[in-house]
Design a binder for this molecule. Structure first.
Ligand SMILES: [Zn+2]
Length: 331
């Protein structure tokens, strides 16, 4: 069966059926997966093709069990390329989308962070099929940059939300196309710092147990200790909090009882105190989603920064430094 570049095809490879875009010879970019962050590329032989649906396949139905989502309209939004719409959209939704894209562009340009947009080969709006509200796919093909910015919002009429989604996905573009390598390393360490914070080593954790016992002896209650740690030593505060949760969960001992053990039976108290906090709890101070991986950490932080939303001090600092060092144009 024949196909051309950018035909939508259904293929069967190793017993599995896939629907997607034949973006190069023998290479299929899966349609499903665009909404997640791990969109797959499938290699296929032309003998493995079940159907060629052309460049604009019909929406809605299923072909060989594959749901076909297709292009319905495009929209000029003031970006270097038009936005392809793959869902039913009314005039009000169109106006909201245009407004949101214009606003997002304005914000990005103000921060010299719109350079990535020249790497975009597609901007797409598709139906929402999961919790994901979009995706950014970075790809360099033979003909140059072929990045795809995908939006899959549930609601197309909430402009503020749309602006945030666009900025989040754009931040992925900034990460791939405009962020100097050493800055990726900086963001990684900022992310890892948040991950490591509660992974207390054995020694540190045992020391903390001793500290807690000593402070308890002076008549200070856990509650007040927590308050003080929170301002004096947030890392210890978080570790202590995690220990209390651990003891409650594993030994069914509540805070009050644990506290009384610290005072009256310090040996028993130290016995219950975990050797390691094996629960790699993240310090969630940006968003929960930001803790998924460093790319999401950057995208959430940077889009929040662009929107002027509240962020931890070190993250704001990181964003400001990043803005100054962004590659302005990408070639
Ligand atoms: Zn993301």
């Amino acid at each position: 069966m024949k196909y051309g570049k950018d035909d939508y095809v259904v293929v069967e490879v190793e017993g599995k059926t896939h629907f997607g875009l034949a973006y190069a010879k023998g290479k299929l970019l899966k349609e499903d997966g665009m909404e997640t962050h791990d969109q797959q590329t499938i290699e296929f032989k032309s003998s493995e093709m079940l159907a060629n649906l052309g460049k604009t396949p019909k929406i809605g139905g299923k072909v060989y069990g594959q749901t076909i989502i297709i292009y319905l309209d495009d929209l000029a939004v003031g970006w270097p390329i038009k936005v392809d719409i793959f869902r039913e959209i009314d005039d009000r939704e169109k106006r909201c989308l245009i407004k949101a894209f214009k606003k997002a562009k304005e914000i990005l340009e103000k921060h010299d962070a719109f350079g990535f947009a020249s790497c975009l080969s597609k901007i797409q709006v598709k139906p929402n099929v999961s919790r994901m509200q979009g995706a950014y796919h970075s790809k360099t093909g033979q003909e140059g940059f072929e990045d795809i910015l995908l939006l899959t919002p549930t609601d197309l009429t909430n402009v503020d939300e749309l602006v945030y989604y666009i900025l989040h996905e754009s931040s992925h573009g900034v990460w791939f196309r405009q962020l100097p390598r050493d800055y990726r390393a900086r963001w990684s360490s900022s992310f890892n710092k948040r991950n490591d914070i509660n992974r207390y080593g054995e020694t540190e954790l045992q020391e903390l147990a001793d500290i807690v016992v000593e402070i308890t002896k002076t008549g200070v209650r856990f509650k007040d200790m927590m308050k003080e740690l929170k301002s004096e030593n947030p890392d210890e505060h978080d570790a202590f909090k995690e220990v209390i949760a651990y003891v409650k969960k594993v030994h069914h001992i509540d805070t009050e009882e644990f506290e009384s053990l610290a005072l009256n039976k310090p040996d028993k108290f130290k016995e219950l105190w975990p050797v390691v906090t094996d629960n790699p709890m993240f310090k969630i101070d940006v968003t929960e989603y930001a803790m998924k991986n460093v790319k999401e950490f950057f995208a959430e932080s940077f889009s929040y920064f662009l929107l002027g939303r509240k962020l931890p001090k070190d993250v704001v600092k990181g964003c400001k430094a990043t803005v100054k060092s962004l590659v302005k144009t990408y070639e």
